[in-house]
Design a protein around this ligand. Structure first.
Ligand code: AP5
Ligand code: MG
Ligand code: ZN
Length: 231
């Protein structure tokens, strides 16, 4: 079976060793495919941080910074924030020390220019694509609740918090994302098919693409990911 990292590094994998190997993983997938949910599981399994450009942007909006002010209108319309803005933001983030021994990218890259910029600054080991049909996604989004403080994601049925509308991790109040209204979701799906889905071909050409079924529930998706990544 093919693996995402060199065979020579396939030793007994405890968290520390995986981290030391520097696995650099991209999670690809439509809005609501479950990238953030899978990332929070893989952080534990791989012992590396996860970076969500969406979470960074939402935090900037919450804090009303210049970055947030410029990003808000794009996000609320279901469009992508301009490449130069997110590329700069991502470079700054992966230059931090905690990314030295690997990372998971959730929501970056989303365009070919972003992927090319990433190739200049990091050696990516694997792009894991979560495959979920659009109609499944539209249903999922109505039940999503998020914590804007720590970025945790819940679903009223598939993954409810212990206490209704309260974050298990930090205790903050859970909210519905402003871009989760049905009409914006449809727009985000269009944006995904037009601008982000071509990245599958980009990473396939580099021999780095793995695709898994993301429509079978959270535990099943975790299992497929572990198998695909050889964890
Ligand atoms: P971002 O925050 O990245 O949103 P997204 O890509 O649209 O993805 P989501 O976060 O909506 O979904 P997800 O795949 O993380 O799914 P989740 O795990 O939450 O980006 C937001 C915006 O920021 C973009 O539209 C753009 O404007 C801007 N932006 C961000 N990055 C950018 C970039 N690089 N370039 C330009 N602009 C950028 O799961 C969804 C729901 O389903 C949850 O409720 C969850 O509990 C549930 N769930 C998850 N998995 C399963 C499962 N297997 N079965 C059942 N339910 C499940
Ligand atoms: Mg997300
Ligand atoms: Zn929280």
């Amino acid at each position: 079976k093919t693996r995402c990292w060199p065979a020579s590094t396939r030793v007994s994998l405890n968290k520390r060793e995986v981290g030391d190997m520097g696995m650099k993983l991209i999670l690809l997938g439509a809005p609501g495919a479950g990238k953030g949910t899978l990332a929070s599981y893989l952080i534990e399994q791989m012992g590396v941080p996860s970076i969500s450009t969406g979470n960074i942007l939402r935090e900037a909006i919450k804090n009303n910074t210049p970055l947030g002010q410029s990003a808000k209108e794009y996000m609320d319309a279901g469009k992508l924030v301009p490449d130069e803005v997110v590329i700069g933001m991502l470079k700054e983030r992966i230059a931090k020390r905690d990314c030295k021994s690997g990372f998971i990218l959730d929501g970056f890259p989303r365009t070919i220019p972003q992927a090319e910029a990433l190739d200049e600054i990091a050696h990516i080991d694997c792009a894991l694509s979560l495959e979920v049909a659009d109609d499944v996604i539209e249903k999922r989004m109505t039940g999503r609740r998020v914590c804007l403080r720590c970025g945790a994601t819940y679903h009223v049925e598939a993954n409810p918090p212990r206490v209704k509308d309260v974050c298990d991790i930090c205790g903050d109040k859970l909210v519905i994302r402003s871009d989760d209204q049905a009409e914006v979701v449809r727009h985000r799906l269009e944006t995904y098919h037009e601008q982000t889905e071509p990245l599958k071909g980009y990473y396939e050409a580099q021999g780095k693409l793995k695709s898994i079924d993301g429509a079978q529930g959270i535990t099943a998706t975790e299992k497929f990911a572990v198998e695909a990544l050889g964890l």
